[in-house]
Design a protein around this ligand. Structure first.
Ligand code: COA
Length: 333
């Protein structure tokens, strides 16, 4: 049976590092609060003044992933691009990536599943590969949050968490033991507004009003932090268990868990719950913050490059975020 194997991974983070002390200069916050509640020590911000763009970060991550797979852009049959921070309202960033790297006129699908976007993308890629329609699919997650955050005290509980970056993976048709074993995707729109950026929506008579750009206005993300936290720990656990039971496995079979980097406390809770050692869970939120759709591919790639993932390992990707959406992918590397 045809499976999808991850044959290449890559990531890119912008050069500019913003520490918690840097944020303390513009927000009423402090290093201790941020570290204790979120685990974030620093994050990267894209050089938007210098013209750096979401899709350009994706290009850098994709170049590495495609090179590791031993391919060129011409070998790729489909782009799946997960982001909540695209350049334009439309078109999506997928087509901007398509025109920038020498791809053929292949389809580019943009995925709007926020923090679950990369795992949703992996699942979409996997379905196209398993049906035989495509052989090589590029899945990307890329975000520029730094231009959309509320740097007033109103938004400080959100602003301190998020950072910019991009990650990518190439999935290739493969017949053998390795590959994606299963994916499980969920959503619960009941909580859509609990972690959201509301404006500029199309369903309003006035799409733009001056108050939207004031602190607390609809241009900035809102987050009910405690509700998000409580749902995250439940849904992460559920969707990892769903992946394990679907494959007749238990937590003892997991060699490496790559959780979406929502918050270090959430990752640590999940690690404890599944009885995993420190070397079985890789986290990057300390250095890069929460990069939404990019967090899993960045963390997966770093774990791989550090030699923490070996052929045959069982790797579990798990995500939760705005929507709410949540998802998992179980992989035999
Ligand atoms: N620095 C200092 N103080 C801050 C602050 C900041 N950046 N942000 C909020 N505070 C203050 C609040 O004003 C509040 O003060 P008060 O007690 O005087 O009213 C206090 O800290 C507690 O605020 P609260 O929002 O209740 O904190 P919390 O313990 O819930 O922690 C989060 C906030 C966001 C860290 C936490 O809710 C969380 O981690 N949620 C999950 C978020 C997440 O994972 N999001 C990504 C999902 S993909």
């Amino acid at each position: 049976m045809i499976k999808s194997k991850i044959t290449g991974v890559g990531y890119y983070v912008p050069k500019k590092t913003v520490t918690n002390d840097d944020l303390s200069k513009v927000l009423t916050t402090n290093n201790d609060w941020i570290i204790e509640r979120t685990g974030v020590q620093e994050r990267r911000y894209a050089d938007v003044e210098g013209g750096e763009k979401n899709y350009e970060m994706a290009v850098k991550a994709s170049e590495d992933a495609i090179a590791m797979a031993g391919m060129t852009a011409e070998d790729i049959d489909l782009i799946v691009y997960a982001t909540l921070s695209s350049e334009y309202v439309f078109p999506g960033s997928g087509v901007l990536l398509q025109r920038s790297m020498g791809f053929r006129n292949i389809a580019a699908i943009d995925v709007r599943a926020q923090c679950s976007g990369f795992v949703y993308g992996i699942s979409i890629a996997d379905q196209f590969i398993k049906t035989g329609m495509y052989k090589n699919v590029l899945v990307v997650g890329s975000e520029i949050h730094s231009t959309g955050l509320d740097f007033s005290d109103h938004g400080r509980h959100i602003t301190v968490i998020f950072g910019d970056g991009a990650g990518a993976a190439v999935l290739t048709a493969y017949e053998g033991e390795s590959g994606i074993l299963s994916t499980h995707l969920h959503s619960q729109g009941q909580f859509a507004e609990e972690l959201a950026c509301i404006d500029p929506g199309f369903s309003k008579k006035e799409r733009f009003t001056p108050d939207m750009v004031e602190p607390g206005g609809g241009f900035f993300p809102v987050m009910n932090g405690q509700l998000v936290f409580k749902n995250a720990v439940v849904r992460f656990s559920e969707v990892i268990n769903e992946a394990l039971s679907h494959n007749n496995m238990t937590a003892k079979d997991i060699d490496m868990l790559i959780p979406h980097q929502a918050n270090l406390r959430i990752s640590q809770f999940i690690q404890q719950k599944f009885g995993l050692r420190d070397d079985q869970v890789h986290n990057t939120i300390q250095k890069y913050g929460n990069t939404t759709a990019a967090s899993i591919p960045i963390t997966l790639c770093e774990a791989y490059k550090e030699g923490k993932i070996k052929d045959g390992d069982i790797v579990c990707l798990a995500a939760f975020g705005s929507g709410f959406t949540w998802a998992s992918a179980l992989i035999r590397w």
